[in-house]
Design a protein around this ligand. Structure first.
Ligand code: F6R
Length: 604
């Protein structure tokens, strides 16, 4: 996790630019933060707490300098204290370092440096970096050589930025953690002056530039007025600049109280973007370019959290089409990897950076599988490392809780299965349902009774969510969304499993949200499960298109328009997102930044 930022060439604006960037990166971690600026000498300000606390602390200090780095932290080594906040310094305060990732071999390095007399002031793995640079400088190496030599000693994942008192500019390196360079006013890949930025993610500097270059694993960059990128051997690398299309306004809250609510409301637009140019209703055809030729003999999905729920849904689509498919929790995949053969291994990830998913994809690749990612993030590590990519095109998602990207994932999975393995008869039913999806989502957003339902049940002891078939992953997702932002206990179950144990927990304080879609056998069985909980006095909230008689047994109803069950999964989920949001809001929770969580989980 953690977010890093750095800039040079912004003159008097340097400090403000860094703080602004940290605010934009706060979704990556927010238990402590800090900044270091280089003027005649290095000055640092850091604190536990959020960026607002850092701002307050900075008010009392006169930090100056035109080169700087900043960090917002999500703890991995050591608690969130002032001492453990980044930047970290060497013994003489001549070197300052910010780091995202985990240095796996930090303990032997720390022991070695401590034995040589270095004084450590934090519990972090990161602190070995400035001390190693100091040690290399004391052996007569130039600042750049000292930095490179230091990075060469590290094992693990890192995006690192350092400033060194006797050297102009910033030194950065990456391995297994995201790092982008922003080219601001007057800057280009070969200019020798201008505004340059580095950050874990583009929103950090998007207000100043949309021109970026993505650093690859093993690359170094020096920003000292100009920009020099080199490989691990020190050879110069020519980098291509890309322009990101998201504008700065798209990363603001646009009048909503929370990013999460804004992102829930952005779903119609996000879904239109996902479908644009990819479906043709007249001919019921789907166009995802060359990806349609993949012809997988089997599909293994790997993903975490919300993306794993999308993976479960995707696996059903392929199985329904007769292709063996299975969803795996990415963190478990490598512990007992299944045979890959001619299988396509598909990593689903909003960020494209989740360490568990990356590790599973790399494991699959090492075993000879073709890899594919379904992601929201162009230029992410998964995008670059996988053989194939399908973008969900949801736009930036800032709220920690995934909302519009889950809708985008389900929609893109439909495109993927229809283009690769499904029959035209399926496409004829599903394509029109997808075309109607943005309008149907809008209808729910305009008419939902979710806020009243949330009002009614905000004091419940525990919340259950049940669903079958395509609605089962949605039940799991509804529970995850509620627990992560409300901190209340919530569980999702396959509707048929309730009677095999969990039913013992059901009583009048356990509202059960039941996905009752359609009027086929699945729906009838789910209505049977609704009756089971109703008979145990549990309040029932039916999420229904009105086709079954679920309403008869429900205390509350959340309606969705009638559509294909695959599209209904997206619609039902919108109702559950709204319930989770309003319960958390009524409980006064930190909705966009729930405690203990971070948006992009770049550690295993
Ligand atoms: C929950 C949530 C997480 C992520 C998970 C994977 O709302 O957002 O469960 O889905 O950490 O993240 P990505 O999709 O970026 O790989």
């Amino acid at each position: 996790m953690c977010g890093i930022i750095g800039c040079i060439g912004r003159g008097d604006e340097t400090l403000d630019t860094l703080v602004h960037g940290l605010e934009k990166l706060e979704y990556r971690g927010y238990d402590s933060a800090g900044i270091a600026l280089l003027d005649e000498s290095l000055s640092t300000c850091k604190t536990s707490g959020k960026i607002a606390d850092l701002r307050e602390k900075l008010d009392g200090q006169a930090l100056t300098g035109e080169v700087g780095i900043g960090h917002t932290r999500w703890s991995t080594h050591g608690p969130p204290t002032d001492e453990n906040a980044h930047p970290h310094a060497d013994c003489t305060d001549d070197v300052a370092v910010v780091h995202n990732g985990i240095i796996e071999n930090y303990q032997p390095i720390r022991d070695e440096l401590a034995a040589a007399g270095h004084q450590f002031t934090s519990d972090t793995d990161t602190e070995v970096v400035p001390h190693l640079i100091e040690s290399n400088l004391s052996e007569g190496l130039s600042p750049e050589a000292a930095f490179r030599e230091t990075i060469g000693r590290l094992e693990g994942s890192y995006a690192i930025a350092a400033i060194i008192e006797d050297a102009e500019g910033l030194f950065v390196a990456r391995n297994d953690s995201p790092l982008v360079v922003g080219l601001g006013e007057g800057a280009s890949t070969d200019s020798d002056r201008g505004e340059f930025f580095i950050a874990s993610d583009v929103p950090a500097f998007r207000d100043f530039t949309g021109d970026v270059i993505y650093l690859e694993d093993g690359e170094f960059a020096r920003l000292d007025g100009g920009l020099t990128v080199t490989d691990s051997q020190g050879n110069r690398v020519d980098k291509e600049a890309h322009t990101v299309e998201w504008d700065a306004e798209e990363t603001g809250k646009s009048g909503y109280d929370h990013f999460m609510l804004k992102e829930i409301h952005e779903q119609p637009r996000a879904l239109r973007q996902c479908l644009r140019g990819r479906v043709e209703e007249q001919t019921a055809s789907v166009d995802i370019g060359d990806l349609a030729d993949l012809n997988p003999a089997g599909v293994q999905f790997v993903a975490c959290g919300t993306s794993y729920h999308a993976a479960m849904y995707g696996a059903q689509l392929f199985r329904d089409a007769g292709v063996p498919a299975q969803a795996y929790l990415a963190s478990e995949y490598a512990t007992s990897p299944p045979p890959v053969g001619n299988t396509l291994v598909v990593g689903i990830s909003q960020s494209g950076e989740t360490a568990d998913t990356l590790a599973a994809l790399r494991e699959a690749k090492n075993r000879g599988a073709r890899t594919f990612t379904l992601t929201n993030t162009v230029g992410s590590t998964m995008d670059r490392e996988c053989d194939h990519t399908l973008y969900i095109r949801s736009g930036p998602e800032i709220g920690v809780a995934a909302t519009k990207t889950f809708a985008g994932q389900l929609t893109a999975l439909n495109l993927f299965s229809m283009a690769t393995v499904e029959r035209s008869s399926t496409r004829r039913n599903v394509v029109p349902a997808l075309r109607e999806l943005p309008g149907n989502v809008q209808q729910i957003l305009d008419t939902s009774a979710a806020e009243d339902v949330a009002d009614y049940y905000e004091d419940a002891q525990s919340y259950f969510f049940i669903g079958r078939g395509h609605q089962y992953p949605v039940a799991l997702e509804g529970a995850l969304k509620l627990k992560e932002i409300s901190y209340e206990h919530a569980e999702g179950f396959a509707a048929g499993e309730l009677k095999h144990g969990p039913l013992a927990l059901v009583d009048e304080d356990t509202p059960v949200f039941a996905m009752a879609i359609g009027d086929d056998e699945k729906a009838r069985k789910t209505v049977g499960n609704i009756k089971e909980v109703e008979a145990r006095d549990a309040p029932v909230v039916a999420v229904t298109d009105g086709q079954s008689d679920a309403e008869r047994y429900a205390d509350h109803v959340l309606e969705i328009p009638e559509t294909h069950p695959r599209a209904a999964a997206v619609l039902g989920n919108v109702q559950l997102q709204l319930v989770a949001y309003h319960i958390a809001d009524q409980l006064g929770r930190s909705i966009d930044k729930p405690r203990n969580l971070a948006k992009s989980v770049t550690v295993e």
